[in-house]
Design a protein around this ligand. Structure first.
Ligand SMILES: Nc1ncnc2c1ncn2[C@@H]1O[C@H](COP(=O)(O)OP(=O)(O)OP(=O)(O)O)[C@@H](O)[C@H]1O
Length: 630
């Protein structure tokens, strides 16, 4: 697979890549939003009172309206917490909950076709840290571009994006992330933008794309966006503190203060507007700084003194100005007609690619991303060392010391019940943000993602226990027949998969590794102590717990692998039947084919059951949010 990617890349090295492929435009989109109101519920808990106070509704967006046309860049400015990200998320069709007002795209509400024509760059870069810049963009192209585009063309487009965003220099460097040195912050941001440019979106949303960038890099990035807008795209972005050079590249500016519009209109006319309502800049200053000060309720007068301004006065001034009523009239004109409707013109079906293509690309991507984790030497050393120590402790054990041997069998069941559980817990919480981002843009089906995740870790999940059992089994002198060894190995491998399933389900349901780890300890310990090794005379009302304990069934099968009906052990001066040994008899096992089959089938059912739970829990992540917007 790796070779395949290298081949494709080398082919495209000789291929003519258009310098600016993004000047070709699909359907231009006019974005209108009218009286957008968003409230969230806040549960108030007094510090001193134990009782919860009644929940309150906090207004995040308070009747915001606007219009952005193809070829325009709208920059949303405002102090921190003024609602910029919330509005951007709402306009990008990703905000659920109590969203009121009307948001339309060429007159129509947000649709699946629109979703695939929309690029959304989040504030934090959500990227796979171990992939190189090229791999990141090529995998995105393979997943997001439709089947109608040939594979070679997809790779060529990824290359074109790298050219356009100035990423060629670092194309073979890994992206990096927390604790892993990779490309610079600015390059990482450009990779995120590149992922969205690949689909040549009609509408592009960017949440603070310039934060953390030096002014030159920020200017370069916004220049690229300016070029894109000129190609007919509609661009909406939030920005904290643009330099004046950046400010004048924006076609329109929306200034927010505590969720209210303080100004909406051309960036170049903002200062005139504020002069008209009594606030003209007394000193030569960056217009963006002046606007942000006002939105924060501060005005610097001729004496360079900061005067407090009533924000309500600014909000009211905007509401009663001509610009606002003109804007409302423009927004209210419906322009829904079949020629402007965003259709699936890009050749996307319900999904850009078919199930198998999604699965294979995701598998290749996961293999590259997770090989460092799955094949980490410390995992291998940990398991091999533990196996040797266990082998030494039980070196050449025999049935003359039945309790010792039972202890070994129980230890093996318990160790392989816990080890994969704790590893699997992290899989989905670590991936949540990525899954959310990719599913929100309709990149792939959940089932192909899920199957790729199940498959990618499988080899290592099975190789490690096999190596461990190989070491311990022979050192500890367990039954030296191929049948007994294979039975034991298959039992342990099934146990590993069940345990992994429980970890995946916990991680997927809770989505918080700390909480999931706590649950895992409680569940794991409960299943371990109810499996019969520690206590056998359990009160009836709680004795049923062992029947849902996967460790109980694994322990049963492991014991079956070693001892046959009628076999004996040395007791006192004579011999006793092994299945009469108190430690085994108390477990209540019947050693016959039916009970072996029953235990095996229950373990297999658990293997699927816990994965099913994990799948259902993941279904809520990244689906297009249903809001109450009218
Ligand atoms: N789910 C939530 N729970 C509680 N408060 C929220 C939630 N979502 C948004 N808020 C609040 O809504 C307000 C607006 O948040 P938002 O992130 O949109 O602001 P912003 O202007 O983008 O801020 P920044 O520039 O700091 O990113 C903030 O006060 C924030 O605390």
């Amino acid at each position: 697979m790796e070779r395949e990617m290298v081949d494709i890349e080398s082919q495209t090295n000789h291929q003519e890549v258009p310098n600016n492929v993004f000047h070709k435009r699909k359907t231009p989109v006019t974005l209108k939003f009218e009286d957008v109101v968003y409230k969230i519920k806040i549960e108030n808990v007094g510090i001193l009172e134990k009782k919860k106070k009644a929940s309150e509704r906090k207004v995040i967006l308070n009747g915001v309206s606007g219009i952005v046309q193809p070829g325009e860049i709208l920059a949303m400015l405002g102090p921190s917490g003024s609602g910029k990200t919330t509005l951007l998320t709402a306009l990008g069709g990703r905000l659920g909950g109590r969203l009121k007002g009307k948001i339309t795209y060429n007159g129509d509400p947000f649709s699946n076709a629109m979703k695939r024509n929309t690029g959304f760059v989040t504030q934090d870069d959500v990227l796979h840290p171990h992939l190189t810049v090229t791999e990141t963009l090529v995998f995105t192209a393979l997943l997001r571009l439709p089947n109608t585009v040939a594979k070679e063309e997809k790779v060529a487009l990824a290359k074109a994006v790298m050219n356009q965003l100035g990423l060629v220099k670092c194309k073979d460097s890994i992206v990096g992330g927390p604790g892993l040195r990779g490309v610079s912050g600015g390059e990482r941001k450009r990779v995120s933008v590149g992922q969205e440019l690949l689909i040549n979106p009609s509408l592009l949303f960017l949440d603070e794309p310039t934060s953390g960038l030096d002014s030159t890099t920020a200017l370069r990035l916004v220049s690229t966006l300016f070029d894109l807008a000129r190609g007919g795209r509609t661009i909406v972005m939030t920005i904290h503190q643009p330099s004046s050079r950046l400010y004048y590249m924006f076609t329109k500016v929306l200034l927010l203060s505590e969720g209210n519009t303080v100004y909406f209109g051309k960036g170049s006319e903002a200062l005139d507007y504020f002069s008209g309502v009594g606030f003209s800049p007394a000193l030569a200053m960056n217009p963006a700084d002046f606007l942000l000060d006002l939105a924060n309720g501060i005005y610097t007068n001729e004496l360079n003194e900061d005067v407090v301004v009533d924000k309500k006065q600014l909000i009211q001034a905007y509401k009663s100005c001509n610009a606002d009523s003109q804007l409302r009239q423009m927004v209210q004109v419906t322009n829904s007609n079949s020629s402007s409707r965003v259709e699936n013109t890009a050749g996307f079906g319900k999904w850009p690619t078919n199930w198998w293509q999604q699965f294979t690309v995701l598998l290749r991507r996961d293999l590259k991303e997770r090989k460092h984790e799955a094949f980490a030497s410390f995992n291998i050393i940990q398991v091999v060392l533990t196996s040797f120590i266990v082998g030494l402790l039980w070196y050449k054990s025999d049935t003359a010391h039945m309790q010792d041997q039972l202890g070994l069998l129980f230890f093996l069941s318990s160790f392989w019940a816990f080890y994969p559980l704790y590893r699997a817990i992290f899989v989905f919480p670590d991936e949540r943000v990525m899954l959310e981002k990719e599913r929100s843009s309709g990149m792939y089906r959940l089932s192909s993602y899920f199957m790729a995740k199940m498959t990618v870790d499988l080899p290592m999940e099975l190789v490690l226990p096999t190596v461990s059992i190989l070491i311990t089994y022979w050192m500890a002198g367990l039954k030296a027949t191929a049948a007994a060894f294979i039975f034991m190995l298959l039992t342990i491998l099934t146990l590993v998969l069940v345990s992994q399933g429980i970890g995946l389900a916990l991680g997927a349901c809770v989505q918080n590794t700390k909480v999931a780890t706590t649950f895992a300890s409680v569940i794991g310990l409960t299943f371990m102590i109810t499996s019969g090794f520690f206590v056998q005379n359990v009160p009836k009302f709680i004795a049923w717990l062992k029947y849902i304990s996967f460790i109980y069934y694994a322990n049963e099968l492991v014991i079956f692998s070693q001892y046959r009906e009628g076999e004996t052990y040395k007791c006192g001066t004579g011999k006793c039947l092994i299945y009469e040994y108190p430690g085994i008899k108390g477990l209540g096992f019947v050693n016959n084919r039916e009970s072996q089959l029953r235990a095996s089938l229950i373990l297999l059912a658990m293997l699927f059951f816990y994965r099913f739970i994990a799948y259902v829990a993941l279904m809520r992540i990244g689906v297009t949010k249903k809001s109450k917007s009218s």
